[in-house]
Design a protein around this ligand. Structure first.
Ligand SMILES: [Zn+2]
Length: 281
């Protein structure tokens, strides 16, 4: 799966690189993966897309919700939540892939599932998303509609006994905000991931709101995180403060050891000095 900043980066790169290309060949589900999701039979993807032209791409802001890449291909819409790679005609293709599209100029795009991932394809204008696919059509944090009033509403509609991580990164409450971007958002706001919402003072709540917006924006404008790769296989330019990359080093702010522990599905990373569990100082 991908998260919000990478969805923005990928869709911008697709707009610059793939728009105008015509689909010649589609291979879906060549290497079956237990958590690869398609709409209908993947064997029909070639038929659905053959001869069609890539028109545009967006980070899930068109028809679905942020954190997916939508690719409009004439009258078909692809909704993709896996990493996407571009390959020129002379480049080597990945050994394993769950979706491979060949264009008429001999170049390709491929999708390879990490953990889980959707590669949906259905006619534009039809509500073709599977019934069990959670997709809240609500503003993503990189849009203006995600403002302080909207954040306050989200907050007030959430059980105050939930932790900061549960609030931000579960239930798809905030599109595209997952267990990857979470750590730096909380670190920048000096919030411990297990802090319950009811322990926040107004100042901390405000700081969290601003950190969501500014951290995700920094990740987006720097080309995604350094733990992820873009359309061309390059790592993003955003240097994560807390991630599997930095875990063995110390906190970039105070030099303390970074803690990694399993919590609510996936590891959390935090600095116990910068993000105290007790109410903020
Ligand atoms: Zn620290």
């Amino acid at each position: 799966m991908i998260e919000l900043p990478e969805a923005y980066v990928l869709s911008e790169q697709i707009n610059q690189t793939l728009v105008g290309k015509t689909v010649m060949n589609v291979t879906a589900n060549a290497h079956p993966h237990a958590f690869a999701w398609y709409t209908g039979n993947p064997n029909t993807y070639h038929e659905k897309l053959y001869g069609k032209k890539i028109i545009s791409s967006n980070p899930g802001t068109g028809y679905t919700c942020g954190g997916n890449v939508e690719i409009l291909c004439d009258d078909m819409l692809m909704v993709i939540s896996t990493p996407i790679k571009y390959h020129t005609s002379s480049e080597k293709l990945p050994a394993k892939h769950q979706l491979l599209i060949e264009f008429e100029d001999g170049s390709y795009m491929s999708c390879t599932v990490q953990m889980w991932g959707a590669m949906f394809c259905f006619p534009v204008g039809e509500d073709g998303l599977p019934d069990n696919y959670v997709c809240n059509r609500c503003p993503d944090p990189l849009t203006e509609a995600f403002n302080k009033d909207y954040f306050d509403t989200l907050w007030n509609n959430t059980k105050q006994s939930l932790s900061a991580k549960a609030f931000l990164a579960t239930e798809q409450r905030i599109p595209g905000l997952g267990n990857g971007v979470l750590h730096d958002i909380l670190w920048n706001a000096n919030i411990h991931p297990k802090r319950k919402l009811q322990t926040f003072n107004d100042n901390e709540k405000e700081k969290l709101y601003h950190s969501i917006k500014s951290t995700l924006l920094a990740m987006r404008i720097q080309g995604g995180r350094d733990t992820e790769r873009d359309l061309f296989g390059n790592k993003g330019g955003y240097k994560t403060a807390l991630s599997s990359n930095t875990f063995k080093y110390s906190c970039p702010s105070c030099g303390n050891d970074i803690i990694r522990e399993a919590y609510l599905g996936g590891n959390i990373y935090y600095c116990p000095a910068c993000q105290p569990f007790e109410r903020g100082r």
